[in-house]
Design a protein around this ligand. Structure first.
Ligand code: GDP
Ligand code: IMO
Ligand code: MG
Length: 429
């Protein structure tokens, strides 16, 4: 198994960026396959922090980085992100970075519609990142999208623009908004087109060549399984499939290329945005997790909701996504607790459940059943080997693997790239 697919196994922000960057040193290509700039992946290398939303986390280490067809691409956000990274000394050139020519574009009307819907929903809002992700995927599936390859054919774009705008104008009218300014949209696209086209290509072909040459490919998921549009806490989800299976369709390589599926799992649970969260803590413990874990969104700066580790959810995510092994991150955030809790099941109207039911009302009503373990007073922060871990931290990890029925391959003990313990090498499996 030469390739590795990294996915989030909770509600996102598990530390995927850090782990992808760490693995990227041993990969030949890193590929994003779904989502868009709703993602926020943080890398810390020798004290310098890099924040990535669209660019694959391989760019910082100079590994060939590819945005696959499954991603929805905001071309202006891409240009800004490339400029930000170049200002930090990271070079992004057509040699090191490619974008699928079939990516659907996120346009200003998508962002506006996202905002209008969220404002109108009031308390029922999803709490999206406001990046236009949902509306862009709707247009892709509705066969109205403008795609990267269309930027090369701006002279014949009118029929497509009309088709898209007719749809949006009707939606906008319902919110009392003006129709889309087609001329402004056309000229904005013409202005950004040369930048995007520098990187555009049939990436499935490039990946085929890379794969035939025996290269190691690392697929980088965004969000997490519980935000998956099919398997997540619907409707409080994102608009793409975030499971490992999406790596094949979203990149143009077959499912056999997916390789070792590495589920990234935080040692506790967080969620940003609305929706059910069985182990959420509204008390001092939740506060402490948020403070120690610096749980603020990379993209929106929103405070993340925090709670104990939920083994039921992670076991479900690992099963649904065919996870081969997990990377357990942010173990250091649990340092210093006298006792730590793990959710092992749910109670729903007198019944005990070992899975999260499908209906939103049931998901909101389940009560966690906890198991308590002794905490550890010593620090795990910065530990780089198993031997550096306190006995009770090892007991915690061991219990997590038992409950989720999936082995631990890596443990992360700080935001820094090298503060990582390798238990089982995903590339060598
Ligand atoms: P992603 O979206 O899954 O890539 O995760 P984010 O980057 O949004 O959020 C994870 C946060 O935790 C980032 O600020 C990381 O720098 C940080 N982080 C990652 N691994 C660890 C760890 O093991 N310990 C601590 N304390 N922080 C970590
Ligand atoms: P990374 O890759 C955490 C959440 C939003 C909202 C829901 C829908 O950094 O883990 P969207 O803008 O996608 O339509 O919002 O999904 N969400 C994330 N939460 N991490 C992310 O990405 C997320 N991307 C989207 O908060 O609840
Ligand atoms: Mg994030």
């Amino acid at each position: 198994m030469a390739n590795v697919t990294v996915i989030g196994a909770q509600w996102g922000d598990e530390g995927k960026g850090k782990i992808v960057d760490w693995l990227a040193a041993r990969a030949d290509a890193v590929v994003r396959f779904q989502g868009g700039h709703n993602a926020g992946h943080t890398l810390v290398i020798d004290g310098t922090t890099y924040k990535l939303s669209l660019l694959p986390s391989g760019v910082v280490s100079g590994t060939l980085s590819i945005i696959g067809n499954g991603v929805v691409l905001d071309p202006w956000a891409l240009r800004d992100e490339v400029a930000r990274l170049e200002a930090q000394g990271v070079s992004v050139t057509p040699d090191s970075f490619a974008v699928a020519d079939t990516c659907a574009l996120i346009l200003p009307p998508h962002r506006e519609l996202d905002g209008l819907r969220e404002s109108a929903a009031g308390k029922g809002r999803i709490g999206t990142t406001g990046r236009g992700i949902g509306p862009a995927y709707e247009d892709k599936v509705g066969r109205r999208a403008i795609r990267v390859c269309d930027l090369e054919h701006l002279d014949s774009l009118d029929p497509q623009l009309d088709r898209l705008c007719v749809h949006h104008d009707a939606l906008r009218a319902a919110f009392g908004r003006e129709p889309v300014d087609r001329e402004a949209l056309r000229s904005a696209l013409a202005e950004v087109a040369p930048f995007v086209l520098r990187f555009a290509q049939p990436v499935w072909k490039r990946l085929k060549t890379v794969r035939r040459a025996g290269a190691r490919i690392l697929f980088e998921g965004a969000q997490g399984v519980l935000l998956d549009v099919d398997h997540g806490t619907y409707p409080f989800v994102t608009s793409s499939n975030t499971v490992s299976g999406a790596a094949a369709g979203g990149s143009g390589l077959g499912p056999a290329a997916t390789g070792f599926v590495l589920g990234i799992v935080k040692a506790y649970t967080t969620r940003v945005g609305s929706g059910p969260f069985p182990t959420e803590l509204d008390d001092a413990v939740g506060q402490r997790l948020g403070e120690r874990g610096h749980e603020f969104g990379t993209v929106t700066g929103r405070k993340r909701r925090c709670g104990w580790f939920d083994a039921v959810l992670v076991r479900q995510s690992c099963a649904i996504s065919g996870v081969t092994g997990i990377a357990l991150t942010k173990l250091d955030v649990l340092d210093g607790f006298d006792r730590v809790r793990i959710c092992t099941g749910y109670r729903l109207r007198g019944k005990v459940l070992d899975y999260l039911p499908a209906h939103a009302a049931d998901q909101a009503a389940v009560e966690p059943i906890y198991e308590e373990l002794d905490g550890w007073a010593q620090t795990t922060a910065g530990a780089r080997s198993w031997a550096d871990l306190p006995a009770n931290a090892i007991k915690y990890i061991t219990r997590v693997q038992e409950l989720i029925e999936t082995p631990v391959a890596l443990v992360s003990t700080s935001p820094e790239r090298d503060d990582t313990i390798l238990v089982r090498d995903p590339f060598e499996d």
